[in-house]
Design a protein around this ligand. Sequence first.
Ligand SMILES: C[S@@+](CC[C@H](N)C(=O)[O-])C[C@H]1O[C@@H](n2cnc3c(N)ncnc32)[C@H](O)[C@@H]1O
Length: 248
Amino acid sequence: MLREAIDWLFTPSLPLARKSGHLGEFVAIAARRRRNASAWAGHEARSKEAVERAGLAADPDGTALILGAGHANDVPLEALSDRFRAVILVDLAFSRATRRLARRLGNVVCRTHDVTECLDALSEIRQPTAWLDDPSVTFVASVNLISQLATVSTRHRDDAEAERIARALAEAHLRWLSRFACPACLIADQEIEIVDRDGSVTATLDPNKGARLPEADEHWIWDIAPRGEIDRRYAVRHKVIAVDRVNR
Ligand SMILES: C[S@@+](CC[C@H](N)C(=O)[O-])C[C@H]1O[C@@H](n2cnc3c(N)ncnc32)[C@H](O)[C@@H]1O
């Protein structure tokens, strides 16, 4: 708890993220990861491999734009820094470890930015446009971000309204990715499974609330909450997909 309080105080973030609860969630994700490091390791390795593979199709003489990279645990940052002329990491907040690594690598910058461009006014979901007109961007990766766009901001809304917003934000995010002229890849959770003690799946949920993700090039299981993390009886796992190029 003390570690989380210190992280909350000293993590650089958008003022919007601090006020809205996003920073609290950002700090909580890091704590969850510390508790479940070995269960998360395979997922992080597969995410890194998928981003690296997708990046091979892109012009290295440009900038890689990596969305949702605040902790950079699932981003092959050294490999991207080696391959591309420059790397821009985008998130509402950045851990001190990510900022330190970015400084050490030299050609990596951290940009605090709301990728929905409308978290402060969700009554009107906007179509994001950032970086679309930047010709230096030659690769885009959205990394384990899409299902998170609505989680914090819809906490106090009724279910139907929360689902409508979540779906609209996810669809706008996919449209944004598909409008880049360069290769844009997507790593995303497609399904949430609630797993009983005997290994049987008792419920399946859609984290993107009806938004249709493109066809996957690869998929794997992320044991996000092994038994005991949020419930004594049930574990939660996510089916994650990698789409090498959303805008084929
Ligand atoms: C589940 S975490 C993904 C893990 C992350 N890729 C990493 O760096 O290890 C989702 C990330 O999306 C970020 N995020 C959520 N909503 C966002 C938004 N509207 N704009 C930018 N980043 C956002 C969160 O701050 C968090 O870092």
